[in-house]
Design a protein around this ligand. Structure first.
Ligand code: NAD
Length: 309
């Protein structure tokens, strides 16, 4: 049987074994893939070894042996640097899947470099966080050629619950930043309304009761309510432990702001949301992004104790 008949017979290089990449690589091992793993951090290497991956000394050594190379790295500069190292060493036609969240412009550059080196490229950023990475239920937003998307389907299905082909190179990243820009804006808008309601004597329970079935209804309220009580599973009930950290929202809004500017879009709310989260990130990078409600209260001179109406 060839690897085309049996996808899990393919060798997968996995570069970047952090909070997300570590559990994603572990799911591939569990599904029967031979995973050649690389990360410069010893603790990440130890975890990958314990999960059953073959840990190698360099990214080049991993990529040279693989049919598929997956990257899950902190930013676009690192993705481009790693590609610069590994592309010449990879076998012709290797499928490169970058799952990192990076600038649309960097994603396009990365894809061009991959194709120029005789390989195949997809951008495939994810949503779902560490929980989704561990459970294998991530949503993948994929950009690239249809044939390459088809070739990646089996491996992405192992790590994801939903895999969407969004369009050509970079369009997966576009879907990711458009969604997160809306999320950042809606969380700020909802939080401003909650603080206004507090000042006007509207309790959180009554706010929720009305708005959750009125035209202001949104995911930020009904799944991720930024004040404790109405949605018991939301991070606000747990002192804003993430969840989705402010540092990550700040990063994604920065990418959205770059894309707004690069493409001449008059996205005033997106740019303002990026500015608001950039400031909040200086004090609260490790808090869940829904803690922005506490910052709006502080900036509004809300009296202590008035936040538990
Ligand atoms: P992380 O910092 O935990 O992991 C990144 C890993 O890359 C680290 O282990 C680091 O050592 C490794 N690395 C750095 N340089 C490398 C190199 N040259 N070669 C190989 N490995 C290298 O970050 P994370 O939370 O796992 O996020 C990874 C990506 O996924 C980011 O782009 C992030 O924006 C995105 N993302 C994260 C989440 C989340 O909830 N954490 C959700 C969606 C998307």
């Amino acid at each position: 049987m060839t690897s085309a008949d049996n996808p899990s017979a393919q060798k997968v290089a996995f570069l970047g074994l952090g909070h997300m990449g570590g559990p994603m690589a572990a799911n591939l091992v569990r599904a029967g893939y031979e995973v050649l793993a690389f990360d410069p951090v010893p603790a990440a290497q130890d975890q990958a070894r314990a999960d059953g991956a073959t840990v190698v000394d360099t990214a080049v050594a991993a990529a040279a042996e693989a049919e598929i190379v997956i990257t899950m790295l902190p930013n676009g500069r690192i993705v481009l640097d790693v590609y610069g190292d590994v592309l010449p060493a990879a076998k012709p036609g290797t499928l490169f899947i970058d799952c990192s969240t990076i600038d649309v412009a960097d994603a396009k550059k990365a894809a061009e470099a991959v194709v120029a080196a005789g390989h195949r490229a997809l951008d495939a950023p994810v949503s779902g966080g560490v929980g989704g990475a561990t459970a294998g239920t991530l949503t993948f937003m994929v950009g690239g050629e249809a044939a390459d998307f088809d070739a990646a389907a089996a491996v992405l299905d192992v790590m994801g619950g939903k895999v969407v082909h969004c369009g050509g190179a970079g369009v997966g990243q576009a879907a990711k930043i458009c969604n997160n820009m809306m999320l950042g804006i809606s969380m700020i808008g909802l939080s401003e309304a909650i603080v206004l309601g507090e000042k006007l004597g509207l309790t959180h329970d009554k706010f929720y009761d009305v708005v959750s079935t009125a035209s202001g209804q949104c995911w930020s309220l009904t799944t991720y309510c930024p004040v404790p009580g109405p949605v018991p599973t939301s991070p606000s009930n747990n002192d804003y432990q993430p969840g989705f950290a402010t540092a990550l929202m700040n990063k994604d809004l920065g990418l959205a702001a770059n894309a707004l500017r690069d493409n001449g879009v008059d996205g005033r709310f997106g740019l303002l949301a990026a500015e608001i989260y950039e400031q909040f990130n200086q004090a609260a990078a490790g808090k869940d992004f829904s803690a922005i409600v506490t910052d709006i209260r502080r900036r509004s001179g809300q009296e202590p104790g008035k936040d538990t109406l």
